[in-house]
Design a protein around this ligand. Structure first.
Ligand code: FPP
Length: 261
């Protein structure tokens, strides 16, 4: 994706001692970065606040992550906002998150228009409260013709369920005689995942130090580089994003092969 070098310089002008934009190879920015945003609850609790205030603070970090991704010229930013397991949280927390998703989406639509960002969702949205669903649909409709970065929110998402759903679609098409067993290949399955048409993530960032995938993009992360930071999501800044990219650029990606000489 094209980016504006002047805007990028201005965005990263005042830098901390340990990192600056000069540390990054702008020719080798990952195309797709995915983030497991974790630690909102701990961030709030460590300040004597209610967990919900951690989620509210997390919205500011998310807005900054979207802006950072646009400035850096990513093709795709995807984030894990709510898993199929998150329904097990206390009802008032689930209600707050659903409300927060809806209000945030409406509030951020001007940003998506200004930055030409196209929205996308991963997950089964049919189980969401009607108001949240309607707002999500409005976001999809209003950004459908944007040609810039794709911003994908995983909501009521679970990777195993996603793969089962894709397999079920393949079986359905086979039973209708549209597919034979030989047609079932990696591409055919990938085309039936929520991520169809998008490049796999190059870099997965997980905040708050947890070393788990938590049923997130199990298929798509096959060759993705992982970056885990102890920083809690509400504290995650444009500088942390840059640290993750510098780490990514220091890796040797071989995709199971050997380094080209
Ligand atoms: C993980 O922290 C965070 C979530 C389950 C929700 C993510 C939501 C946001 C960042 C709010 C804004 C999102 C959108 C899409 C508008 P946790 O509650 O698991 O934290 P803990 O591990 O410290 O308990």
């Amino acid at each position: 994706m094209q980016f504006d070098p002047e805007k990028l310089r201005a965005y990263y002008a005042d830098h901390p001692d340990d990192i600056s934009l000069d540390d990054v190879d702008l020719e080798r920015i990952p195309r797709h970065v995915s983030i497991i945003m974790d630690g909102n609850g701990r961030w709030a609790q460590s300040r004597g606040l209610d967990r919900s205030q951690g989620h509210v603070a997390g919205v500011d970090s998310l807005r900054e992550a979207v802006t950072t991704s646009v400035r850096l010229g990513l093709d795709v930013l995807s984030v894990y906002a709510f898993s199929t397991e998150n329904w097990r949280r206390p009802q008032h927390e689930v209600d707050l998150l659903m409300h927060l998703f809806a209000t945030t989406l409406v509030n951020e639509l001007p940003l998506f228009h200004q930055e030409n960002v196209r929205l996308r969702f991963f997950g089964d949205l049919s189980a969401l409260p009607e108001q949240t669903r309607l707002v999500f649909q409005r976001g999809l409709d209003e950004t459908a013709d944007h040609s810039g970065m794709v911003f994908a929110l995983a909501v009521n998402y679970g990777s195993r369920a996603e793969i089962v759903r894709a397999a079920r679609e393949l079986v359905g098409e086979a039973l209708e005689g549209k597919l034979s067993a030989e047609d079932v290949c990696e591409e055919a399955l990938a085309e039936r995942l929520y991520t169809a048409g998008l490049p796999d993530p190059d870099l997965l960032i997980r905040t708050s130090g947890e070393l788990r995938l938590s049923n997130y993009l199990l298929w798509q992360l096959a060759y993705t580089e992982f970056y885990v930071t102890d920083t809690l999501w509400p504290d995650f800044s444009r500088w942390d994003f840059l640290r993750a990219i510098v780490s990514f650029q220091g890796r040797s990606r071989r995709f199971g092969g050997v380094v080209a000489s």
